[in-house]
Ligand binder design. Structure first.
Ligand SMILES: C[S@@+](CC[C@H](N)C(=O)[O-])C[C@H]1O[C@@H](n2cnc3c(N)ncnc32)[C@H](O)[C@@H]1O
Length: 503
C-alpha cells in the first residue's frame, strides 16, 4: 500500500469534507509532480542514492520551494520516502505502475481534462460539447467514462493513484457545479421529479442525467422512475446548516481551480496565477473570503476562547492591551474581550475586512473597548512597547518566508517587555511531512504567492533572533497555539480545558 488509507472506508460526511477542501489539491499535486518530472527523476527505493530536495529541484529545473511543497505532501502520502538526512526516493510500487506505458497514457489523457472540466456548468445546461482553447470537449461524456466505466489498472495501488489523480478534482468540480445550479438545495427540500429539477436548475436532459448518474455513484442521490431524492445518508449529512457550509467550502475551492490547473508554472517559475501579493487581487479575495471566515466563526471562537483561557491561567488579562493583526472576522481578539471585559483590543486588517469584524464584535457586545485600525500588515509600524499581547491569528501564512524576520522584528518591538506573542497557525511536525491537512493548506499558500508553513523549531529560531527566546507550542483541535516571549516570562505549558462557546 502506498498511501495511508484507513481500514474502514470513509463516511459520506468525511468524503464530502475531503472533496470540498483537498481533493482538487491532491489531484493537482499528483498531476504536477508527473508533469514537472518529479516522479521520473527521483531515484527508486533500493535502486539509487537518495537525493535532497535542492538537488531534485535543480534536476527538474524548478524552484526549490515549489518542489518542496509537492515533495513534503508526497512523503506524507507515502508515495515518496524520506530518510533522516532528508534524502528522497520514490516508493517502489509507485515506480512500478508509472513504468506501465498504457497506465501512463491514461494519466496523460486524464490530465488534459482539467481546463475543460471547468466548463461543466455550461455543459450541464446545454447538454453539448464545450469549446476550450479552440478544441471541442464532451465534458459530460468524460464524466460518464471517468465514473461509470471501468478500465483495468495494473495494480490496486495504481487504481488508487488514478482515482486521486483524475477523479478527485472531477468530484470537487461536480459539487461546485451542482452548488451553482442549486441542485442540492432543491433536493434538500424533498424528492423531486426530473422535469421539475430541470426547470429549477436550467439543466438540459442529458446534463441532468449525467450529473444524477455520477451523484448516485458517489452515494448522494437515488432515482426511482423519474423521482430523484437524496440518499438517507446524504440527507443526514446535509441537514440544517451543513449544506450551506459545504457549498461555501466548495465555492472557496473553486477560487483556486485555474491556479491549480497551472500549478506546474508556479512550481517551475514561481509564476502565480492567483497572486495574493497583488493588492487588488488580495482585497477582492479576502473581501469574498471574509464571509466564509465569518461562517466558521463559531468553531474558531471555541479555539480562541480556549487560547485566551490558557493564557489567563498564568497571566491576568485585566486591563490588558491586545493587538489582533490580520483579524479577519475578529474572532481571536474578541475572545480576549469576552474572557476579560476590561481588556482593550485593537483589531488590525485591511479596511474592507474591518467592517465584518466590527459587526461581529458588536454582536458580542465588545465594542466599547475596541479600536479598529486599517492598514497594511507588511509595512505597518506597530509602535514600541505598547501591547501586553499581540495575536497573529492565521496570518503568518499570508507572508512570504523572507518577510517573516521583519514582521517579527516589528511585532517584538511593539510588545511590552513582559508581553506575550500569541500565534495561531498550522505548525508542521519536525520532519515537515505532516499533518496532511496542514500540508495541503501550505500548498495553497505557495500557490497564491503567500507564506510557508514552519515547524516549531523553525519558528523558535526566527523568534529568538528578535529576543523572543521562550516559546511553547500547544496543539488546539485543528491548528496550533504557539506562544513566545522574552526570557523570564511565564508561559502556560498546557491548554485550559475546552469550554462551550457562548457566542
Ligand atoms: C487567513 S485570514 C485570517 C483571519 C482571522 N485572523 C482568522 O483567524 O480567522 C488572513 C487575514 O489577513 C488579512 N490580510 C492579508 N493581507 C493583508 C495586508 N496586506 N494587510 C492587512 N491585512 C491583511 C486578510 O484580510 C485576512 O483577514
Amino acid at each position: 500500500m502506498t498511501a495511508p488509507r484507513s481500514a474502514t472506508p470513509p463516511s459520506l460526511a468525511q468524503s464530502l469534507h475531503f472533496w470540498a477542501r483537498n481533493a482538487s489539491n491532491e489531484s493537482a499535486l499528483l498531476r504536477t509532480s508527473l508533469s514537472v518530472g518529479i516522479f521520473d527523476t527521483l531515484p527508486v527505493e533500493d535502486e539509487g542514492a537518495p537525493v535532497t530536495v535542492q538537488r531534485l529541484a535543480e534536476q527538474v529545473g524548478a524552484k526549490v520551494r515549489g518542489v518542496r511543497s509537492l515533495v513534503e505532501l508526497l512523503v506524507c502520502l507515502r508515495l515518496v520516502h524520506m530518510d533522516e538526512a532528508r534524502g528522497l526516493v520514490l516508493a517502489r510500487p509507485v515506480a512500478a505502475f508509472l513504468r506501465d506505458a498504457v497506465f501512463r497514457e491514461r494519466l496523460h489523457e486524464a490530465a488534459r481534462w482539467w481546463g475543460p472540466i471547468g466548463h461543466l456548468e455550461e455543459a450541464v445546461r446545454s447538454g453539448a460539447p464545450m469549446t476550450h482553447e479552440g478544441q471541442r470537449w464532451d465534458v459530460l461524456e468524460h464524466y460518464q467514462r471517468l465514473f461509470l466505466e471501468t478500465t483495468p489498472a495494473p495494480s490496486p495501488e495504481a487504481e488508487d493513484f488514478f482515482d486521486r489523480f483524475a477523479r478527485g478534482s472531477a468530484r470537487t468540480w461536480l459539487l461546485v457545479t451542482v452548488g451553482r445550479l442549486g441542485l442540492l438545495e432543491q433536493l434538500a427540500m424533498g424528492p423531486q421529479g426530473e422535469a421539475a429539477l430541470r426547470s429549477a436548475t436550467g439543466a438540459s436532459e442529458r446534463g441532468l442525467r449525467t450529473v444524477l448518474d455520477v451523484l448516485a455513484h458517489l452515494g448522494l442521490t437515488r432515482t426511482e422512475g423519474t423521482t430523484v431524492r437524496l440518499t438517507d445518508e446524504a440527507r443526514q449529512v446535509l441537514e440544517g446548516k451543513a449544506l450551506q457550509y459545504l457549498l461555501r467550502s466548495f465555492s472557496v475551492s473553486a477560487q483556486y481551480w485555474e491556479a491549480l490547473e497551472r500549478l506546474d508554472e508556479t512550481v517551475r517559475h514561481e509564476r502565480f496565477v492567483l497572486d495574493l501579493k497583488d493588492p487588488e487581487v488580495s482585497r477582492r479575495f479576502y473581501a469574498d473570503n471574509s464571509n466564509q471566515i465569518t461562517a466558521v466563526f463559531a468553531s474558531h471562537f471555541q479555539l480562541s476562547r480556549r487560547a485566551a483561557a490558557t493564557i489567563a491561567q498564568v497571566r491576568p488579562l485585566a486591563g490588558a492591551s491586545v493587538l489582533d493583526i490580520g483579524t479577519g472576522s475578529g474572532v481571536w481578539g474578541v475572545a480576549f474581550s469576552r474572557t476579560e471585559p476590561t481588556a482593550h483590543v485593537t483589531y488590525f486588517d485591511q479596511e474592507e475586512v474591518l467592517a465584518q469584524a466590527k459587526r461581529n464584535v458588536e454582536q458580542l457586545q465588545a465594542l466599547s473597548r475596541a479600536r479598529f485600525w486599517p492598514g497594511n500588515l507588511f509595512t505597518q509600524d506597530f509602535g514600541s512597547a505598547a501591547y501586553d499581547f499581540i495575536i497573529l491569528p492565521q496570518v503568518l501564512n499570508v507572508l512570504r518566508p523572507e518577510s517573516l524576520p521583519d514582521m517579527f522584528r516589528r511585532v517584538a518591538r511593539a510588545l511590552k517587555p513582559d508581553g506575550i506573542l500569541v500565534i495561531a497557525e498550522y505548525v508542521l511536525n519536525e520532519r515537515r511531512d505532516g499533518p496532511l491537512e496542514h500540508l495541503y493548506f501550505g500548498l495553497r499558500r505557495f500557490l497564491t504567492n503567500e507564506g510557508d508553513l514552519l515547524s516549531h523549531s523553525e519558528y523558535s529560531e526566527l523568534l529568538s533572533n528578535v529576543g523572543l527566546t521562550a516559546s511553547v507550542c500547544l496543539p488546539l483541535p485543528t491548528q496550533e497555539l504557539l506562544l513566545a516571549a522574552r526570557p523570564g516570562v511565564t508561559l502556560p505549558t498546557r491548554l485550559a480545558p475546552a469550554t462551550r462557546a457562548a457566542a
